[in-house]
Write a protein that binds this ligand. Structure first.
Ligand code: ATP
Length: 271
């Protein structure tokens, strides 16, 4: 496990994190000063309406995006003090759409070890972990189904032994069987390694099932952060409560908020 020598007990610490996107003269303040901590070894599930800033917040943890203001500490060290290779090894990430490069399954699984001048010891073990036959390793990734590609992409991330794993809607385009395989894979792996997981999901049942802690984000603000059990029993925040009761309805509200924010910014001339 990479950089597990974190004696702060805190894997991620967001402090007053702000992010604004500027596009064609319009500004959207996507994160409005998010502050919160993620204890090491926990599963944080992030929920909220579409466009509330969940993916943006996740992308701050491995510098796919950097904050305009505020700080993000990873294992106690500010994100901009990390070298990118060390950061990307410590903080693994997987997305809704798996990004595999052309080649065989084995080529893809071996990528991380190869970059470090190492060899992947036991590809068969990893394939068994995701319920795929060992002989799949010589197949081209082009021949795989969407569910198989996602499983391979996830395992490729885990092979790098991250101590923090960021998951952005990784099961949203999967069938129930693949979803179950992925959930079991991540849950078992986390128990074995003690890693921290930040999991963005639209599926509230999944957030409830898998989380230790749940954060509710809306229009760039962290409105509630509690134990998952308490959150789903009854959110304290009224907006969070509305979302849990009717997430589809809240989607429309959030888009209206985001649009009016950018219109206000652009009519004021922006920054
Ligand atoms: N690179 C970008 N340039 C401009 N705007 C962006 C960019 N990335 C995201 N946004 C905008 O920022 C807002 C927040 O996006 P983000 O993807 O973080 O939200 P989200 O909560 O993850 O949404 P979803 O649940 O739909 O994935 C959205 O309004 C989105 O359109």
């Amino acid at each position: 496990m990479t950089d597990s020598s974190n004696d702060t007990g805190i894997a991620i610490n967001f402090h007053e994190v702000k992010k604004t996107f500027r596009e064609r003269g319009k500004e959207t303040e996507v994160l409005k000063g998010v502050t919160g901590t993620v204890p090491s070894g926990t599963v944080l599930t992030l929920v909220g309406p579409s466009g509330s800033g969940k993916s943006t917040l996740l992308s701050m943890c491995n510098l796919l995006l950097s904050p305009d203001e505020g700080e993000v500490y990873v294992n106690g060290k500010e994100i901009r003090d990390w070298s990118i290779p060390d950061l990307r090894k410590t903080v693994g990430m997987a997305f809704q759409t798996p990004t595999l490069f052309p080649g065989t399954v084995l080529d893809n699984l071996s990528l991380g070890p190869k970059l470090r001048g190492e060899q992947l010891d036991n590809p068969g073990y990893w394939l068994r972990e995701i319920d795929l036959p060992e002989d799949l390793q010589d197949r081209s990734v082009e021949e795989l189904s969407g569910g198989q590609r996602q499983r391979i992409a996830l395992v490729r991330t885990l092979i790098n032994e991250p101590s923090i794993l960021l998951l952005d809607e990784v099961t949203s385009s999967l069938d129930p069987v693949s979803t179950q395989v992925v959930e079991t894979l991540i849950t078992d792996w986390r128990k074995k390694t003690g890693a921290t997981v930040l999991w963005v999901t639209h599926h509230l049942e999944q957030a409830r099932r898998l989380g230790d802690i749940t954060w509710y984000l809306e229009a760039g603000e962290l409105l509630e952060a509690r134990s998952t059990e308490d959150f789903f029993a009854r959110p304290e925040n009224e907006r969070a409560r509305m979302f849990v009761n009717d997430p589809e309805d809240m989607k429309v509200v959030a888009e209206t908020v985001a649009t009016s924010t950018s219109m206000v910014s652009s009519t004021q001339g922006g920054k």
